[in-house]
Design a protein around this ligand. Structure first.
Ligand code: ADP
Length: 286
């Protein structure tokens, strides 16, 4: 892949960010798995988000970028309704997963979280064996089938099988940080989710482990739809097909995040339309 010669208008972010994985425009009409229509989202009386409207497309990787506190993780956690665990929350709007509003009153949250899996910033294997880390979720979700086979498939899918096949009964916590994160990815994909959410999945990892997870994401997108929150624009450029840039404004003493610009990653990172996005990419504010 050739790199275009820098021009005088090349921004610092363009200089440091890797080129997006693809040079051609993405195919049009890729099915939308999640249609995000958030007018506003509240923690208690605090309006954390406004006006987040964007599609999450099938078997594509969508990155959420923007400064700290602009609502990237909140938006991500709206997709599996994790925000409301332990906190009173309110959503004005809808999130349609395969056309069905996940905020409808009768939605089964266990099922929802099976269909919308999540990998967190800090690897969080359960205090049980590598094998049971995966089998536990299968049992919880009443998934039938040969446990050994499903566990092996999940570990292979997370590019971890070769490293752990001889020690499946050792604790998951005995693995390195990068391996633990891939175990958490295996645990999530064993349930065959429609969407896999990744909240800064590499920020606790060293550069080698980070590259392994990024390579893995390219493999995973052949089967899964992925949404990733990253504070690292280079990572967004390396892994994602679409990017959403969020920003935050002060309104009546409170900070509300909102979606500034959404589009193909190569457009957002290299040819943003909005001045805020341009300034952010140029490092004019963080
Ligand atoms: P980002 O991921 O862009 O850093 P977050 O979505 O984590 O931003 O946070 C957006 C805003 O919501 C911040 O002001 C943050 O303090 C607030 N927030 C996040 N989680 C909660 C919570 N559980 N309860 C109350 N406020 C929260």
């Amino acid at each position: 892949m050739s790199t275009p010669a820098p021009t005088s208008s090349t921004t610092p972010a363009e200089k440091t960010a890797s080129k997006p994985a693809r040079e051609k425009a993405l195919p049009q009409n890729t099915p939308v798995v999640i249609d995000t229509r958030i007018n506003a989202f509240y923690y208690g009386s605090f309006r954390a988000l406004r006006d987040v409207n964007l599609p999450i497309r099938e078997r594509q990787i969508t990155a959420f970028i923007g400064p700290s506190g602009c609502g990237k993780s909140t938006t991500l956690r709206c997709y599996n309704r994790l925000n409301e665990v332990g906190t009173p929350t309110k959503v004005d709007g809808q999130i349609l997963l395969q056309g069905r509003n996940i905020y409808d009153a009768n939605v089964d949250l266990v099922k929802l979280r099976r269909h919308v899996g999540m990998v967190f910033q800090q690897p969080n294997p359960f205090h049980m064996s590598i094998f049971d880390n995966i089998a536990f979720g299968l049992n919880l979700n009443n998934i039938v089938g040969d446990r050994k086979q499903i566990v092996e498939e999940a570990l292979r899918g997370a590019a971890l099988w070769d490293e752990v096949k001889d020690k499946l009964h050792q604790p998951g916590t005995s693995l390195s940080g990068g391996q633990q994160q891939r175990l958490c990815i295996a645990r999530a994909i064993a349930l065959k989710p429609q969407v896999l959410l990744m909240d800064e999945p590499c920020s606790a990892l060293d550069p080698i482990a980070t590259l392994k997870v990024e390579d893995l994401m390219h493999e995973l997108k052949k089967q899964f739809t992925i949404v990733i929150v990253t504070h690292n624009m280079s990572q967004a450029g390396r892994v994602s097909d679409y990017t959403a840039f969020f920003y935050v404004e002060m309104v009546s003493g409170g900070r509300t995040g909102y979606l500034v610009e959404f589009g193909e990653t190569r457009e957002i990172l290299h040819n943003p339309k909005n001045e805020l996005t341009q300034n952010y990419l140029q490092g004019k504010f963080g």
